[in-house]
Design a protein around this ligand. Structure first.
Ligand code: GN1
Ligand code: MG
Length: 355
């Protein structure tokens, strides 16, 4: 980011901004994120993507609702909120661009986990997030991205992108389109679940790099990327963990033949997620969780592929076919999740029996 912009943003905060360093940080696909050192202190500076999040005021409103409910110490990790600027606001506008500053939380972010223990810790952290807000009426929250995880809508948008694309469809793309078109049964199941299940306060972007582990990877220091917190189904949060935690390769991998479910990590994910919630949510919600793994993998694949077909307008990319490759990666994981349904069900049954 241009130094002049960084300086202009930091001037809006109530501290001395002499000598600063700024470097790109993290691997998010939406906002542009930097680590800044101001004086002796570290912060995260983020240029906010208001093409994706068209209602920034809803984000602040939702966080306020949740903060009013959260008892100090109720969560064993931080939920880092933006630092307020001199006007007392979370967002700072400079030259028509929106910025936020966050306290820097020390620790480690990972794009994939190394072992079942890390998987368990992540699951427990996100399950506790859902648990602590169960008493909150989720309808008090406003949609920060309307229909964000609506699989039915996302499927239709994907079909439309297939009809309207300007791309040459080569055989790799055609195969991928065909693969996703064959996933329509997941939309039927999704629609059935949405008729049946209650909406809760959910995080909705529980991918593994939205969590900060302690340096020694024995604890969770923080859950981040709180912009998508809104009313949702618990299977969204379990599902995005499945998508990013139980895979043998991370979301960016091109090792197509190596991409599959790691059942040991899946088992520890189930344990970590089910145990905090098993007594507190409905049995139908518990039963829906593994569907979430397939559904969230499918929806991300559909969104990546649709974005590729639409000319890469949504996700940040570093090369032209990146969204195509992301969609291919997700298709391999989705196939493996489907192939392993009986094995996964056995893992769920085992956790149920232990309780
Ligand atoms: C985006 O910003 P980031 O990278 O945490 C996206 C998620 C997708 C994810 C795929 C607002 O999350 O829905 O799961 O990329 N966030 C938004 O990696 O679209
Ligand atoms: Mg992120």
């Amino acid at each position: 980011m241009e130094n002049s912009i960084v300086e202009a943003v930091l001037k809006q905060y109530p501290f001395e901004t002499t000598s600063l360093e700024c470097a790109p940080f993290g691997s998010g696909h939406i906002h542009s994120t930097f680590r800044v050192k101001v004086g002796g202190n570290l912060y995260i500076l983020q240029e906010f993507n208001d093409q994706v999040f068209k209602f920034p005021e809803r984000i602040s409103g939702n966080l306020q609702v949740l903060l009013n409910e959260l008892q100090p110490g109720a969560l064993p990790y931080e939920l880092p909120l933006p630092v307020k600027n001199k006007l007392g606001e979370f967002f700072t506008s400079i030259s028509g661009r929106l910025f936020r500053l966050f306290p820097f939380v020390s620790g480690v972010t990972k794009d994939s986990v190394d072992n079942p223990h890390q998987s368990n810790l992540a699951a427990e952290a996100f399950a506790n997030f859902v648990k602590v807000f169960l008493p909150v009426d989720a309808s008090l929250l406003r949609d920060t991205i309307p229909s964000f995880h609506d699989l039915d809508l996302r499927f239709r948008q994907f079909e439309e992108s297939v009809q309207t694309t300007d791309r040459e469809i080569d055989s790799e793309t055609a195969q991928l389109i065909d693969f996703y078109q064959k996933q329509h049964d997941l939309v039927e199941t999704y629609n059935a679940y949405t008729q049946l299940l209650p909406k809760r306060v959910t995080h909705n972007d529980t991918k593994i790099n939205n969590l900060i582990y302690s340096e020694d990877l024995t604890r969770v220091n923080a859950v981040i990327d709180l912009d998508t917190i809104m009313a949702g189904y618990v299977f969204y949060d379990f599902g995005d963990l499945v998508r990013t935690v139980v895979c043998t390769e991370d979301e960016a991998s091109h090792n197509w033949a190596q991409i599959r479910v790691d059942l040991d990590k899946y088992e520890s994910l189930i344990e970590g997620f089910y145990l905090p919630l098993i007594e507190s949510i409905e049995s139908e919600e518990l039963a829906s969780l593994t569907f979430g793994g397939e559904m969230m993998t499918c929806i991300m694949g559909l969104r990546f592929l649709a974005d590729y077909l639409n000319g890469n307008k949504y996700y940040h990319i570093t090369y032209e076919n990146q969204n195509l490759h992301r969609a291919k990666n997700q298709s391999k994981l989705l196939q493996s999740l489907r192939d392993n349904r009986p094995q996964i069900q056995k893992l769920v049954d085992r956790v149920g029996v232990r309780n």
